[in-house]
Design a binder for this molecule. Structure first.
Ligand SMILES: Cc1cc2nc3c(=O)[nH]c(=O)nc-3n(C[C@H](O)[C@H](O)[C@H](O)COP(=O)(O)O)c2cc1C
Length: 216
C-alpha cells in the first residue's frame, strides 16, 4: 500500500513536519510504501478563478494532484491557525477541487495535527475534514492531535512521551504497589483469622459470684 504523507506547514522547525516524519516512519515500519512531501514542495498562487481561466492549473497544484493520485491513501499533518487550518492547505484543496478528474474524490485521508496548545489542533482539523468530506474524500473518523508539541520530540524525532514507554518505566513502581497491596491483604486475612478464632474458641466461664458478707 502506498501512503502519501505530507505536512501543511511551511516552517523549517515545524512540529507538524516532525510529526509527519514520525508518522512516515511508523507507516513504513508497518509495511507501507511512503511518499513523503511538505507543502513547500508545491508552490501555487492563491486560488483565483480568472487565473485558472487564463493560465490553467499551476504546476505546483498539478504536482500535488499527481502525488495524491499515485497513492492509495494520504496522511496529512496540519497546523491550526486561529482555530482553522492554515491557508496553505485550504488553498491547495481549492485548486485540487477544480481539477478533472478530481484527485481527492474517494481517496482516503487520516488527519493529524501538532500544536503547542493543550488541546492539539482538533478545532482546525474539524473544519478541514468538512472540506474533504464535501469533496467526497473518505476521512478516517478518528483524528490524531499532538498537544504541547514543541516539547514532545526527542532530538532523534521520537516522542519524549509514549504510553508504552511510560508503562514500562513505571514497572518497578507497579511491583512495589503490588507488594504493598499483598502485605495489606495478608494483614487483613490474619486479623480476620484472629477474630474468627476468638469468636469460635471462646468458652463461657461459670464464675461463682461471691455472696455479700453478712452485716454485723
Ligand atoms: C497565525 C497563527 C495562528 C495560530 N493559531 C493557533 C490556534 O488557533 N491554535 C493553536 O493551538 N495554535 C495556534 N498557533 C500556534 C501554532 O500552533 C504554532 O505556531 C505551531 O508551531 C505551528 O505549527 P508548525 O510548527 O507545524 O508550523 C497559531 C500560530 C500562528 C502563526
Amino acid at each position: 500500500m502506498k501512503i502519501f504523507v505530507y505536512s501543511a506547514s511551511l516552517r523549517e522547525q515545524s512540529v507538524n513536519l516532525k510529526l509527519s516524519k514520525l508518522i512516515a516512519k511508523v507507516a513504513e515500519a508497518n509495511g507501507a510504501e511512503v511518499d513523503f512531501a511538505r507543502m513547500n514542495d508545491f508552490d501555487m498562487p492563491m486560488y483565483n478563478f480568472d487565473d485558472q481561466g487564463s493560465s490553467g492549473i499551476p504546476a505546483g497544484a498539478q504536482a500535488l494532484a499527481d502525488r495524491i493520485t499515485a497513492a492509495d491513501g494520504m496522511i496529512l499533518t496540519s497546523p491550526e491557525y486561529n482555530w482553522l487550518p492554515p491557508a496553505t492547505i485550504k488553498n491547495a484543496v481549492d485548486w485540487l477541487s477544480r481539477m478533472q478528474p478530481m484527485p481527492l474524490d474517494r481517496k482516503s485521508i487520516l488527519l493529524s495535527s501538532a500544536t503547542p496548545s493543550l488541546v492539539g489542533g482538533v478545532r482546525g482539523l474539524m473544519s478541514l475534514r468538512t472540506a474533504y468530506e464535501a469533496l467526497g474524500t473518505w476521512v478516517y473518523p478518528k483524528m490524531f492531535t499532538l498537544a504541547q508539541a514543541p516539547g514532545a520530540f526527542n532530538d532523534d524525532g521520537t516522542l519524549t512521551y509514549s504510553f508504552i514507554e511510560s508503562v514500562q518505566a513505571m514497572h518497578p513502581f507497579y511491583i512495589i504497589r503490588f507488594l504493598g497491596g499483598l502485605l495489606f491483604l495478608v494483614g487483613t486475612l490474619v486479623m480476620v483469622y484472629n477474630l474468627f478464632k476468638t469468636v469460635v474458641g471462646s468458652k463461657p466461664v461459670i464464675a461463682p459470684i461471691p455472696l455479700p458478707a453478712a452485716a454485723n
